[in-house]
Design a protein around this ligand. Structure first.
Ligand code: AMP
Ligand code: GLY
Length: 425
């Protein structure tokens, strides 16, 4: 079967790497891909949001399955367009993708399904938001309601900071039109986790837990990014917590989507805070997480293509996934300056030396080929991912590999997985 994978991030390299292992795969195309996906299949120069060109390409190449990585094409209706052309596509349609693309929609959906989340209000006017924030005594979180590449959230310590953040988003438009509307939420305390589940018309399969590291700096300091590293499993998610999450969050969300007339299919990603009162939703995403996918897929021992097809064909009940019991850790190497401005075109060396280490895979994100070299082309550049006998060993192995990779201005956090290591002691 020919498969078309859409996207160019670290998540897509991990998906491509895993899809390539499938016995059912003939040719894998990646649009537009990066220097890493080019090692797994054929990169195609079509932008990930060029719906018309992607559908045309899929027709020409007799694509048996299209797999949509990022949120933007999902929200733009890529799955709708592919299916209208008779092409099987993995991911939710545009109506269901609102669960991520519109935080006001997802807040309303959670309210309708009595799904635990932070107390929150939606505002279209800065003056109203300002009055509300000023009336709160508690720390608030200000979120652009639209899509902002994982960066549209500002966590504030007091109302004054909150008002400033709302002004930056709504008036200065630091996240563009995504900030025409904002959600103001109470700040939740606890440890975060990402829970991803395959969902088809009748069934759900919850994957192994993981944890992202959103902030740019060690000790979770500084502004939020798309994600600076991840590990799987997350010890904060005990077996008992996982069954609460399934019962209190995932199942009610799928039910609420059905009742709303926007049934869900694809990967449902719940970003959760495990508070002293139980799991609370921070956000939903309608796709695989980036970088969570890198450690999760390194641990998946089953055929990913079979699973994705089963979801598209409503046969998820036939699927049983096998996982490597060993934990995996992914350390993101970024361009210095990210999530602000950064330079591109820096030559990257040391791939071979890093991957000589056992159980290490270097997933590419913002990379491309240039004059026979791999060079940087984005904020998050690589996701250096390793398995280990335990979480501390996986961390040590991942950083050993990071040490062997060089590019000008390379930046990474030093404390990925430390929360898990502390819990395991
Ligand atoms: P989101 O994109 O909504 O998941 O927000 C990005 C990040 O901001 C989350 O992963 C959390 O680290 C943080 N965050 C979002 N909402 C809250 C909240 N209500 N309380 C505390 N932290 C939050
Ligand atoms: N790792 C966060 C995200 O994928 O949105």
């Amino acid at each position: 079967m020919n498969v078309l994978l859409i996207g160019n991030g670290g998540r897509e390299h991990a998906l491509a790497w895993k899809l390539k292992q499938s016995k059912q795969l003939d040719t894998l195309y990646i649009a537009p891909g990066n220097a890493g996906t080019a090692q797994c299949g054929e990169n195609v120069e079509i932008a990930d949001n060029d719906v018309r060109a992607l559908v045309e390409f899929a027709r020409q190449k007799k694509i048996g399955l299209a797999v949509v990585g990022p949120e933007e094409p999902l929200a733009k209706g890529l799955v709708d367009a592919l299916e209208a052309a008779g092409i099987k596509a993995f991911g939710p349609n545009a109506a269901a993708a609102q669960l991520e693309a519109d935080k006001a929609f997802s807040k309303q959906l959670m309210r309708s399904g009595a799904i635990s989340t932070a107390e929150g209000r939606v505002f279209d006017r800065f003056s109203d938001a300002k009055a509300y924030i000023a009336s709160r005594d508690e720390p608030v979180v200000i979120k652009a309601a639209g899509l902002a590449k994982g960066k549209g959230v500002i966590v504030c310590d007091d109302p004054a900071q909150g008002i400033l953040a709302a002004e930056k988003i709504m008036v200065d438009k630091i996240f563009g039109a995504a900030g025409d509307r904002i959600v103001v939420e109470d700040k939740l305390l606890g440890e975060e986790t990402s829970i991803l589940a395959f969902v088809d018309d009748h069934n759900m399969y919850v994957m192994e837990s993981s944890q992202d590291h959103k902030a740019i700096g060690d000790g979770d300091t500084g502004p939020n990014t798309g994600g600076m590293g991840a590990y799987s499993p997350a010890p904060v998610v005990t077996e008992e917590m996982m069954s609460r999450i399934t019962r209190e969050i995932l199942v009610p969300t799928i039910d609420a989507m059905n009742r709303n007339g926007t049934p869900y299919r694809g990967v449902l990603y719940a970003g959760l805070m495990i508070t002293s009162g139980g799991p609370r939703v921070l956000e939903f995403n309608v796709r695989f997480g980036d970088p969570e996918t890198q450690p999760i897929l390194l641990r998946l021992q089953s055929d990913l293509l079979e699973v994705l097809l089963a979801v598209c064909e409503g046969r998820l009940e036939e699927v049983f996934l096998k996982w490597d019991p060993r934990p995996a850790v992914c350390v993101v190497m970024a361009s210095g300056g990210y999530p602000g401005d950064y330079q591109k075109g820096k030559v990257i060396t040391g791939f071979k030396e890093a991957e000589e280490l056992a159980d290490v895979v270097v997933f590419h994100a913002g990379t491309r080929q240039q004059d026979g070299h791999v060079v940087t082309s984005g904020g998050r550049v690589l996701g250096v991912t390793a398995l280990g006998a335990n979480i501390a060993a996986a961390k040590a192995r991942a950083y050993e590999a990071v040490d062997r990779i060089r590019f000008d201005g390379a930046y990474y956090r030093h404390d990925i997985a430390d929360k898990a290591i502390r819990r395991k002691r």
